[in-house]
Design a binder for this molecule. Structure first.
Ligand SMILES: [Cu+2]
Length: 176
């Protein structure tokens, strides 16, 4: 119900804050009535959970694909900003490529991961030498200036589609 609107919804955080304040107040009243410290503790946990469990507010920025060597696999980078509650990137697909996988680089190698955390009021950042997308099986050999659609599926927020530009191999975000 709110999964879609969470992406674009303005004022969601305010609404959540009000709800939290009201429930915290209610919790305090109940705790006083029962004299239970345990309930106070539970209330505190619920408050934090409430903030983290609120709708994520995601946007994608700084996406790019360095031009891969002919026929080779490409890497993809982007930043998922989150002005709301925690979410998780669980799948990436593209209508223009057979396979898109999420990878994490370690000191000497890289490993595929099934999901990536999008922290509440934080960002999931893909960057050279770190977390990246591997894009294989391009329908059409990419050239600088092309755009590839990536469909990012999140556990709670549904799918966000972005058009990611193919850039020179040496491109860094912030350059034009
Ligand atoms: Cu990789």
């Amino acid at each position: 119900m709110s999964g879609q609107s969470g992406l674009a919804g303005e004022g969601t955080a305010v609404a959540t804050g009000k709800r939290f304040r009201r429930s915290a107040l209610l919790g305090a009243v109940v705790a006083t009535a029962l004299g239970g410290g345990a309930i106070l503790a539970a209330c505190g946990t619920g408050g934090q959970g409430g903030a983290a469990a609120g709708p994520a507010r995601l946007s994608v920025a700084d996406s790019y694909i360095p031009l891969p060597p002919a026929g080779g696999m490409a890497a993809g980078y982007l930043t998922v900003r989150n002005d709301g509650g925690q979410d998780e990137l669980v799948k990436v697909t593209s209508p223009g490529a057979e396979s898109v996988t999420m990878h994490r680089s370690t000191a000497s190698t890289m490993e595929q991961v099934a999901s990536l955390d999008v922290p509440a009021h934080g960002a999931l950042q893909f960057a050279r030498g770190g977390t990246h997308l591997m894009i294989m099986g391009w329908e059409k050999a990419p050239a600088v200036g092309d755009e590839l659609e990536l469909d990012l599926t999140f556990a709670k927020s549904g799918t966000i589609s972005v058009k990611v530009p193919v850039k020179e191999l040496t491109y860094r975000p912030g350059q034009s």
